[in-house]
Design a protein around this ligand. Sequence first.
Ligand SMILES: [Zn+2]
Ligand SMILES: [Zn+2]
Length: 365
Amino acid sequence: MAQTTPNHTQTVSGWAAHDSSGKITPYVFKRRENGIEDVTIQILYCGMCHTDIHFVKNEWGITMYPVVPGHEITGIITKVGSNVTKFKIGDRVGVGCLAATCLKCEYCQNSQENYCDQVQLTYNGIFWDGSITYGGYSQMLVADQRYVVSIPDGLPMEVAAPLLCAGITVYTPMKDEGLLEKDSARKRIGVLGMGGLGHLAVKFAKAFGHHVTVVSTSPSKEKEARERFGADDFVLSTDLTQMQARKRTMDFIINTIPANHSVGPYLELLKVNGILSIVNVPEKPIELPSFPLIFGKRVVKGSIIGSIKETQDMMELCAERNILCDIEVVQTDQINQALERLEKNDVKYRFVIDIAGQHNQKSRI
Ligand SMILES: [Zn+2]
Ligand SMILES: [Zn+2]
């Protein structure tokens, strides 16, 4: 369905999937005029998230085609509305998953707008004017200033992009448990899965001096976990002896495993009162056995991205402590190949599309 909303007068070049084959092709569409609360952003980079695959292939059955994916967007402001006070032309900014919320509920009013039940996403959402939202696989974006963050000078735009979804997804649950404070006590943290989310979780935890154990099904990840990201320990989750040896050793575990699984064996790794935070969405419901839950008075919690305030705080922290996402930059004619590799988890550790064609390093694709 083509965009027909009357105030959508700005022509934009982008890349879209048109059916459940998920194949991405160039696509020209319209965006809204820059409203009084809006900023127009020339997009430089857009990260590629696993969610993009679910949407382009309609795996959740909710895709409105054509879909222009992308919710890890960085760029430069080229236009500001008359009510915009937070930003000016030329500012380096980022847009993550949020395009609109109700602005009135208790969560919107308390800087927890990511939990608003009327949240509309940056793509495949319905904006306030009734139009379908299109994401960052495109050259230009119009965003309400309330859902835009500043990118601090010290952060390169290409590595900042994945922080807007992958980064904030793992930052918030750790911050909520008091693990990312200047004076946080040293805790023992488990990171399940070491992909785009997991490697950032290791970096956040190590930046605050915690003892970090990476739990993975791939023995090949051990060297990088320890040497590149500074993990203190590595456990092969398929090795029962290794798992048994770490029983009741961890205070907090973050679960980023994308495949179907039971959390029972991982709950056993937690101390009594330990917390398992779920930020992943496997295809099937996660299996949650009662015994390891009740015998350890353990807690299983969920978390989704973060508020705009939290995202801004995270950006400042990443600039200050040099917490950067490891990326592979791809060109716009390599999007399909990158999505194929992403589906096989063959990426270290996030693909970022060089939307403006300015990046000097070319990918191995
Ligand atoms: Zn995402
Ligand atoms: Zn709300």
